[in-house]
Structure formats: structure tokens, C-alpha cells
Design a binder for this molecule. Structure first.
Ligand SMILES: [Mg+2]
Length: 296
């Protein structure tokens, strides 16, 4: 079978916004030598180049930055599909950002990328620790999902996806990560896709691609990972298995490969949970009214 591997980057191959671990990069480079690999990220190319070592960038079959609005092969941009966003959308986000109860702002709250916007209450200038703090708070409060819901009600022509630790990606309807399949289908007719992402839950930026693959049937597989360590364990298992990963037990696996990994390999997450659009609340406040409930 013509197997094509697709990897999200942040949270799947690296810790969010961190450089790829060198030991894992060596393993991953070897993997890229055995199978066709594409990278698909919400980040732009310069950020990807900061996170992914140059040898891997040169070795992979292609890179889709900006959720697929661009397609790169090595140092060459093969395709770019930009979009002009309404000022009102940016203004609405800025008003929500200002009134968020989260007590810290670090700058760079709205970033325009090819074909998409990336917005963040805490701001992209936050350092690793500050990002982790916001992520932990947002996991409890559901602020990003709530903001996405407010924006979606006001600007329904756009999609909103929670990505990384601190931000929301915004694109024209249908112009999400799933669009990379149009390019890949042309390059690899009849391929079986294996997609690894950490944000495949409802509202996550890997969700549209996961849903597109689920809809195509069990020939394709989606691996919903918690972090890059889990990706590494699965890739080790695939490499050890000598290729076959679908619907059969892996032979001769070392005992220390977690049972959950084996289960994931033999039972890929091809049964999506009940679909729901972005939702949530901000400290119990009605997300539709988003009042300033006091920030320090
Ligand atoms: Mg990710």
C-alpha cells in the first residue's frame, strides 16, 4: 500500500514552540528515509524552520505551513493562497482580548499569515513558562473555545480552531488543514494517509484533517497523540514492526512499548466522537456577553 505520513508539528513532533529534540530528530530523520513524510502546521515557514532541523526540512517530501495555505518543498515555496480578512473581525477579537479576565498580556496578539490569522489573548511574545500558565488556565476556563464561538457567531464565513498552547487559528470556511489533501491526492493518487496530530478533538486545529480522513474510511488512519513522546513511541513501534501497522498485532514488540500504543496502532481512532463546534465558558460568564469580570 502507498502509505503517506503526515505530521502536525507543535505538540506532535515538538513541545509547543520548542525546537525538536535532537535524539527524536535522528529517529524521525531515519523514519523520513523509509516513508514519504509531509509536515502540516498552523505556523508559518520561518517558525517551522526554527523548530524543525534543516536536515529534516530537506528530507521530507513537503511542508504545508499556515494550515496548508502554503506548500513548500525544501527551501522553495511552490504555492501560496492568501486572503484579506475583515477589519471588524480583528477589532472584535481585540475587544475580547482586552476584556478577558486573564491577568497577563505580553504583546503580538494578532498575527497575519498567508491565508490565515493567528490570535492570542496572552500574546505570541509570551515565553514558554508564560504560555504554559495560560494553557493551564485556558484548560480550566475554556476561554479560547468561548472566544472562537463568539467570533464564529459574528463572522460565520470563517473557521476557528484552537491550536498550540495559546492561540486560535482563523481561516476562510473550508481553508483549514484538510485542504492539504487536495495537493496530496494529486501527488499520491490512491495513497493511504497516516496523520499524527495532538489537536484532533472538537475545535482543535488538527480536527478538520482528522475528520476528512475519518470520512474517507478505515484505509486512512488518524493518530491522536498527547505529546511528542507518544509520537516517538508510535514511530518506534512502526519502525520495529517493519511497516505493517494496520489491523494486525505487531510482531515481536519489546515489552516496554506501552499497551496503549499497541492498541492505538491496531485500533486507530477512526471512530470520531460526537461532533460539536467550539464551545465553553469563561468563568461561568455567558460567552455571548463576555463581560469584564475584573482582571488584576
Ligand atoms: Mg499541534
Amino acid at each position: 500500500m502507498n502509505e503517506i505520513y503526515i505530521f502536525d508539528i507543535d505538540g506532535t513532533l515538538t513541545q509547543p514552540r520548542q525546537r525538536m529534540d535532537r535524539a527524536f530528530a535522528d529517529t524521525f530523520f531515519a523514519f523520513c528515509q523509509r516513508w514519504p513524510v509531509y509536515l502540516a502546521s498552523g505556523s508559518d515557514y520561518p517558525k517551522i524552520a526554527e523548530q524543525v532541523p534543516e536536515d529534516i526540512i530537506e528530507r521530507v517530501a513537503g511542508i504545508f505551513p499556515c494550515a496548508g495555505a502554503e506548500f513548500w518543498q525544501g527551501p522553495l515555496c511552490r504555492h501560496a493562497d492568501d486572503h484579506q480578512f475583515p477589519q471588524g473581525l480583528v477589532a472584535l477579537f481585540q475587544s475580547l482580548m482586552i476584556t478577558s479576565p486573564y491577568p497577563h498580556r505580553f504583546g503580538a496578539h494578532v498575527e497575519k499569515r498567508t491565508g490565515m490569522l493567528n490570535v492570542s489573548v496572552v500574546g505570541r511574545s509570551a515565553d514558554h513558562k508564560q504560555r504554559k500558565a495560560y494553557r493551564a488556565w485556558d484548560d480550566r476556563q475554556g476561554e479560547r473555545a468561548a472566544i472562537a464561538k463568539v467570533l464564529a457567531e459574528a463572522f460565520p464565513a470563517y473557521e476557528y480552531a484552537v491550536g498550540g498552547d495559546i492561540s486560535i487559528d482563523i481561516f476562510p470556511q473550508g481553508a483549514n488543514k484538510a485542504r492539504i489533501l487536495r495537493s496530496l491526492d494529486r501527488l499520491h493518487p490512491n495513497a493511504a494517509y497516516r496523520f499524527f496530530g495532538d489537536r484532533t478533538a472538537a475545535g482543535g486545529n488538527d480536527r478538520p484533517l482528522a475528520e476528512a480522513l475519518w470520512a474517507r474510511g478505515p484505509k486512512h488512519q488518524v493518530f491522536s497523540v498527547n505529546d511528542c513522546d507518544e509520537t516517538r513511541r508510535i514511530l518506534d513501534a512502526i519502525a520495529a514492526s517493519g511497516h505493517r501497522i494496520a489491523h494486525e498485532p505487531l510482531p515481536n514488540q519489546p515489552i516496554d512499548i506501552a499497551r496503549s500504543v499497541i492498541e492505538r496502532l491496531t485500533k486507530p481512532t477512526n471512530t470520531p466522537p460526537v461532533l460539536s463546534r467550539c464551545g465553553g465558558s469563561v468563568g461561568g460568564t455567558d460567552v455571548g456577553r463576555f463581560e469584564d469580570i475584573g482582571r488584576a
